[in-house]
Design a protein around this ligand. Structure first.
Ligand code: HAM
Length: 406
């Protein structure tokens, strides 16, 4: 006998006890996204590595440390997708949506892969539900996106907090970046090795460093939200005003930089207080330059993704009502007859056919345990009379039907 094989670290099976919750998340998210005018698409799980390098960014942990990257048999440098936006944008350009007016609203869900150190809420294989809206430059589209996520979480009965920030645009970001870099150079000696790398590649990332001493050191660092150009500032003000007017609570987090390089202007995260340290349950923002970066015609865009596994523990599904039919025989010789009747019933109902003979009581207990509403039994009397005995386990009464009418 060979050694037993286990699933890879950070990659879990989705078993029947949780799959119902998983499907519930997808169903609710799809329903809400459809209400907001989004349509379903799928893109491949495997893409050229260059796609993620150019979009998510080489300086990000996702690309720098966490990619499932390999050379395929044809010698191509490929990668399992660590997130969904890059593939959607690639597809948007490849299918010429950018040249045909550029308006498109799509949703997707599926597996994402990041070679992270697994812990509670952090997996190597996880699933996202995401939406991308192309062609709307307005901050109101950002607000709609935020409202859509709010609606999804409300329907799922999940409590959340919203954090927002503005990451500026090509007008205000470069001068802010210079200011920040000068500040960081002064502090360099007290920062970690990762932050040293970030100063070179993407200085704003230092604000997001998880190391306590770096956080303390950088507490008075200049923040993007305080250095916005007129346009970005006005959008950020509108964002805050409209959220407030609509009773949507939020917190401004000037250190919220997101782990992916493609954002500009609005960035946001939804967090939960009830799931431990990996508390981001959804994240997203505006990415007006990405289509262009990937070779398409300049197209504004905004989107988000929620992590399905992270919210499974927060969901309670009402125990489903008893339903369907359990069929059993009191003697094996009636089984063929039972099988015929039960198979016909299956055309319209959920049916379990118990293929071992049992006592009536055992059948009733069994049917109840399996959650069936009706327990249908064939014994000698029934077969003789061409009938079937049925107990309604919910209303707790029984009746005998002729097989023909049943
Ligand atoms: P993200 O913030 O990297 O954004 O991921 C979105 C969500 O995926 C997170 O808030 C979290 O719930 C979940 N997630 C991320 N990593 C893991 C993990 N290792 N294990 C379990 N769950 C995880 C994006 O991916 C962007 N593509 C979102 C977006 C779409 N921005 C614009 N459009």
């Amino acid at each position: 006998m060979g050694k037993s094989i286990k699933s890879l670290r950070g990659m879990n099976d989705l078993l029947a006890e949780t799959s119902e919750k998983f499907r519930h998340v997808v169903t609710v998210s799809e329903k809400v996204a459809t209400r907001y005018g989004f349509k379903y698409i799928e893109t491949p799980l495997l893409e050229e590595t260059a796609l993620f390098k150019r979009s998510v960014g080489e300086s990000s942990d996702i690309v720098g440390k966490e990619m499932y990257q390999f050379t395929d048999k044809g010698g191509n440098d490929v990668c399992l997708r660590p997130e969904g936006t890059a593939g959607v944008v690639r597809s948007f350009i490849e299918n010429k949506f950018d040249k045909r007016g550029g308006k498109e609203k799509v949703f997707y869900h599926g597996a994402m892969f990041r070679y992270e150190r697994p812990q509670k809420g952090r997996l190597r294989l996880f699933h996202q539900f995401g939406c991308e809206s192309f062609g709307e430059a307005s901050v109101f589209e950002d607000i709609s996106t935020i409202f859509m996520i709010r609606d999804i979480f409300n329907e799922l009965n999940i409590k959340f907090k919203l954090k927002i920030n503005s990451l500026g645009c090509q007008t205000c970001m470069p001068s802010y970046r210079e200011k920040l870099t000068a500040y960081l150079e002064d502090k360099k000696d007290s920062l970690c090795a990762d932050c040293h790398r970030r100063i070179e590649t993407n200085p704003i990332r230092t604000l997001d460093c998880k190391i306590e001493s770096c956080q303390q050191e950088l507490s008075d660092a200049p923040k993007m939200a305080d250095h916005l150009c007129e346009d970005c500032d006005s959008d950020f003000e509108t964002l805050k005003r409209v959220l407030t007017k609509n009773g949507m609570e939020f917190e401004i987090d000037k250190n919220l930089v997101r782990g992916l390089d493609y954002y500009s202007k609005t960035a946001f995260e939804f967090v939960s207080d009830n799931i431990g340290s990996q508390n981001a349950i959804a994240g997203g923002g505006r990415y007006d330059r990405l289509v262009e970066f990937l070779g398409g015609k300049e197209t504004p865009a905004v989107g988000f993704a929620l992590g399905i596994e992270r919210i499974l523990d927060l969901i309670e599904i009402q125990e489903s009502e008893k339903s369907g039919y359990y069929f059993g025989v009191l003697d094996e010789e009636y089984f063929e007859e039972l099988f015929l009747v039960a198979s016909q019933k299956r055309e319209s109902e959920k049916v379990h056919i118990e293929n071992k003979k049992r006592s009536l009581n055992k059948h009733l207990q069994n049917a109840d345990k399996l959650g069936f509403r009706f327990c249908a039994i064939l014994g000698s009397d029934e077969v003789q009379n061409g009938t079937i005995w049925i107990r309604d386990l919910q209303l707790k009464n029984d009746e005998t039907f002729s097989i023909d009418s049943f």
